[in-house]
Design a protein around this ligand. Structure first.
Ligand code: PLP
Length: 259
């Protein structure tokens, strides 16, 4: 039996709600074989991030090479990359292995405020990783950092998507969940804008939303869907996941559609 294969290059969340744990669960639920190259271990639960241990570059590089050269990948996503050398390495490996289906989740700050990407690394993300991305999926705070402008409206989101496209990704998905009202995401591929809207779900249990969304896009690309189809499935998937999120722990519970 053959199966679509997806790799996540990302950090571990010991609490199981975000990072590679969310990615691998999402790949599995969407029928894709999941692999991981760990970049960092976070000490984490629903209350927040209590420690970050970046892994040696050599360990990250060897994980990527081992799975790509033997098992092969149909799509790859990046999540928490934390430091300039890790970003540079991920980008170099994407180029070396000629990976076209790359989803970049420009992870910067966790909901609780912990920095998952050092401030000095923001430019490296723009310079090295966005040019090799098929899709980039910033939320609004990440969008504001990328374009150094405040976003208040859906029109601002469209303008931001245009500017981010200039950094080199083939498609930009600006996620509007941080604005009030319906959660409207803007997709821009350099030619057309698409608007994907879903009703706002009032819950504080949204931990891992961004990871799960970008993993779902990656899984669908791995299966051969085009970008717009993949993003549409991911939007539906994350909306269900948020409405079925779990009341686990004393803080922000995980988004888990499949529980
Ligand atoms: N931990 C890891 C390892 C992550 O990659 C991320 C987000 O990408 C988070 C935590 C943050 O999750 P959230 O902001 O949804 O709580």
């Amino acid at each position: 039996m053959t199966i679509a294969r997806a790799l996540t290059i990302a950090g571990s969340d010991s609490g199981g709600g975000a990072g590679i744990q969310a990615d691998l669960k999402t790949f599995t639920v969407l029928g894709v074989y999941g692999m991981s190259a760990l970049t960092a271990i976070t000490v984490q639960n629903t209350l927040g991030v209590h420690g970050i241990y970046n892994l040696p570059l050599e360990a990250i590089e060897k994980q990527i090479d081992a799975v790509v050269t033997d098992i092969g990948v149909d799509a790859v996503k990046t999540g928490m990359l934390s430091q300039v050398p890790i970003i540079e390495l991920a980008a170099a490996k994407i180029r070396q292995h000629r990976i076209r289906n790359l989803v970049v989740d420009p992870v910067m700050v966790a909901k609780g405020g912990a920095r998952l990407l050092e401030a000095s690394a923001q430019n490296a993300l723009i310079e090295h990783l966005l040019p090799v991305a098929q899709v980039v999926t910033p939320n609004l705070p990440e969008t504001e950092v990328l374009i150094e402008r405040e976003i208040r409206t859906v029109d601002d989101m469209r303008e931001a998507a245009k500017r981010i496209l200039e950094f080199g990704p083939r498609t930009v998905v600006v996620k509007g969940g941080h604005l009030a009202g319906d959660a409207v995401d803007i997709v821009y591929d350099g030619e057309n804008f698409y608007e994907l809207a879903s009703p706002r779900i009032e819950t504080r249990h949204t931990h891992g939303t961004g990871c799960t969304f970008s993993a779902a896009v990656t899984a669908e690309l791995a299966k051969g869907k085009n970008v717009l189809e993949a993003v549409s499935v991911a939007k539906e998937f994350i909306t269900c996941a948020i409405s079925d999120s779990l009341e686990l722990g004393g803080g922000h519970g995980p988004t888990n559609h499949w529980a």
